[in-house]
Design a binder for this molecule. Sequence first.
Ligand code: HEM
Length: 591
Amino acid sequence: MPHCHVLPESSNLLSSPQTAVIMDHLIQRPLFPTPDKLDLVIPCLLASATGFLSHTLYFIRGFHDTSALRIILVHFTTFLCLTGYSITQLGVFPGLITSTAIALSYLTTLFTSIITYRLFFHPLRHIPGPFLAKITKLYGPYTARNGQMHLEQTKLFKKYGNFVRIAPNEVFMLSVEGIQKIHARDSGCRKLNAGIYDVIHFKGAHNLNSVLTREEHGPRRKIWERAFTTKALAIHEPKTREVCHRWLNKIASLNGQPINTSLFSLLIPFDHMGKVGFSYEFRSIEAGEENRMLHLLESLFGQFGRTGELCWPLSIAKDLNLGKESAEFDRLTMEMADRRAAEEDSNKGDILQHFLDDMRSEKPIAFFNKNIFYSDSALVLIGATDTIGVVLSYLFYHLARHRVYQDLLHSHIKKVYGETIPEEFTDRDLSKIPLLDALINETMRLDNPVANNGPRLTPPEGITVDGIHIPGGVAVRVPGYALHRSEEFYLAPEEFKPERWLDQAKFVKDREAFIPWLVGPNNCVGKRMGMAVVRLVLAYTVYSYTWNSAPGEDGKRIYSESKDNLILKAGTFNAVFTPREPRGLSYVPRQ
Ligand code: HEM
């Protein structure tokens, strides 16, 4: 029987003197060979020194978010090379352990050095703020966890005062002097390396809002301004009226059913910008839902909101062409821009016409290539949809809750109905009605569309605001949402009081603290059009209808579901519209 033989043979083997030597050796050796302790000390010390030096010589200096992919690749490649080398020299396990120990020493020292510096040596250490915000930018996504960064920031100002260190190298402030020091024409603050603008571009071409230098911004802004002169606005206005009539037709067709006014508040400016920007009909008001392009736009804004404006992940996603939706939005914008560029009747007077005129001129001053054209074409939709959308959303809401203003406004606007054009309103006539602008201003004060305003980097010499010195190379902002709700600048700031804009001495403590359009060379280039659209939509609606909260609508969701996606987005609000009496004034649907 075979195993009868094996047993005696193996027992012979086990008892032989050679086997005893081998067994002794095996028992004394550890299961996995590890490098001798002494072998690791010097490489780990060297790695720690490298970690310290890479912080003090590289990471501490400047803005590296746009180099995130390169930084990760360099570190990863170095680790792979180190591991490969260690394995060839020491064998698999000792090699792996050695390279891991070296990497950990490097990273531990790097992060210890970064955290120690940020807490105890950083020039912003005297500015109060949450502990986590002082050591990591990840505090941004943390505040954005519910998509309501604007509310979280407002709370921080209440807790820490008017200057808050919101990230290791970033200060938010509520200050009128700060607005001028950061945004005025003579300010030394710039967008380059300040944060979010650095990562907003189309294949490297920044749009007017995200261009990083004044030299590039100036000529580009000149072209944009041509699209908003009095003459240009007169060409746009009939298109705005058409959109207003489509909105009224839609209300009529829904025949008293509840309408989510926050949804239509987005569809109206989106359709409007299709017409005014591209001479294109989206017809989403008729459809009563977001089309694919608007859906993508909203989803892209949502990404900004969710990441809390943390730039390096956005930069990596861009470098790696991740993000199907972003690519699809770019593709659709290119298609729309190309379609418009190919149209034979090029003299349409829309916004793109001005871009095309410069691009096709003998000596373009700003639109030097197609990517700039695409980038700014996208901005036409981006800049004018959600901004107007949020103002209309909250106007519908406030006026439903304060019905008295609907009737009051109606009594004012009916006087200018048909004054210039039979059976129509014009923006020129409406702009003479103080109550209308007071309602719009108060809505923008309470729910400032661009909730945070973009960051700017302080010049090398720094800036001093309200006696506080902010050193050079720091990202600074004045977030409009929190500013507009501060008791320091407004009486009863949480209340909807349009009268404050009629009798400013009473309720507005400092008029300079009202910045829905921002100030300085980067203020809103579309301000006049934005106001015109909101005035016309509101006037046509109030003239023809009254509206109330729909049954079951408690008005809470418009705030609880609101999102700070760079531009504020209102939550749902359902209202029921009733044709205004007497009958003669009710709306007769038009084609
Ligand atoms: C209620 C409506 C609007 C509001 C509240 C608003 C607000 C703002 C704000 C606060 C800025 C400065 C943002 C920053 O510094 O990053 C801005 C810039 C801009 N807005 Fe508007 N906007 C509105 C309507 C429009 C319209 C209708 C357009 C037309 C396309 C437009 C196009 C732009 C552009 C192109 C910029 C960049 C200007 C520059 O950097 O020179 N906006 N807007």
